[in-house]
Write a protein that binds this ligand. Structure first.
Ligand code: DC
Length: 226
């Protein structure tokens, strides 16, 4: 694909944790010369601020106020997004298990989601973006030209996560349990639960290699670019 002369699409990649979204989104963005935006990192940044400011994950109004008083920035880089919270680089901290759990809890609140969605829409409005998350094809960009829903068998997703973080023993068991809880919460929350958009291409990466997934996504992009 020679992209620079092409129309700049909005590409939405949704799916549960461990399905391979980040890898595919960043490889695809690199190939297309697009920007990769990890929307989950924004929820993680807010969750971290809630931890630091001792704001309860269940208090919607307080979390909304916290969000309004926060500056959350994503800076695309080769290894994924750099996450800045009020100007501070929190990329590594935001990936830790307590923040991961908290992100899933703060993201259930409709007002928090509204605030996030508005910012995500502004970030991707110009096109030329691959945005990944849970509600990109349904809520953030329901008119995105390309929508992918990437899923995989839960056991495989767990194994990938453990391998990625090189976890064994109790740490592995805790992470696996956290992934299951988070999955359940993301899929069953009332506001924007994780569901595929009706017009999303459904991809199951259980038995597919990264290259195979990428190839299928690229096929769809080529089709859309005509
Ligand atoms: O993609 P991630 O694992 O970094 O996301 C962290 C949490 O943020 C996830 O448990 C659910 C929430 N999230 C969301 O509700 N909507 C998104 N678009 C992205 C993430």
């Amino acid at each position: 694909m020679t992209e620079s002369s092409q129309r700049k699409l909005i590409i939405a990649i949704d799916g549960p944790a461990g399905a391979g979204k980040s890898t595919i989104a960043s490889r695809l963005a690199r190939k297309l010369g697009y920007v990769n935006l990890e929307s989950g990192a924004m929820y993680r940044a807010l969750a971290l601020k809630a931890i630091e400011w001792d704001v309860s994950f269940d208090e919607e109004a307080a979390l909304f106020k916290l969000a309004q008083n926060s500056r959350i920035q994503l800076e695309p880089s080769l290894g994924g997004n750099r996450v800045l919270l009020d100007g501070r680089d929190v990329t590594q901290r935001a990936r830790e298990i307590d923040v991961t759990e908290a992100a899933s809890r703060v993201s259930v609140h409709p007002k928090v989601r509204e605030w996030m969605v508005a910012r995500q829409q502004a970030m991707g409005a110009g096109g030329g973006v691959v945005m990944e998350g849970r509600d990109i094809g349904t809520k953030v960009f329901p008119a995105a030209e390309v929508k992918i829903f990437l899923d995989a068998d839960p056991v495989v997703r767990e194994q990938r996560r453990l391998l990625q973080h090189q976890l064994k023993g109790r740490a592995a068991a805790a992470t696996a349990a956290e992934l299951r809880d988070r999955d359940q919460r993301d899929r069953t929350r009332a506001a924007s639960p994780l569901v595929p958009a009706p017009d999303a291409l459904m991809l199951d990466s259980t038995e597919l290699s990264e290259d195979e997934v990428l190839e299928r996504v690229e096929q769809l992009v080529r089709q859309k670019l005509g």
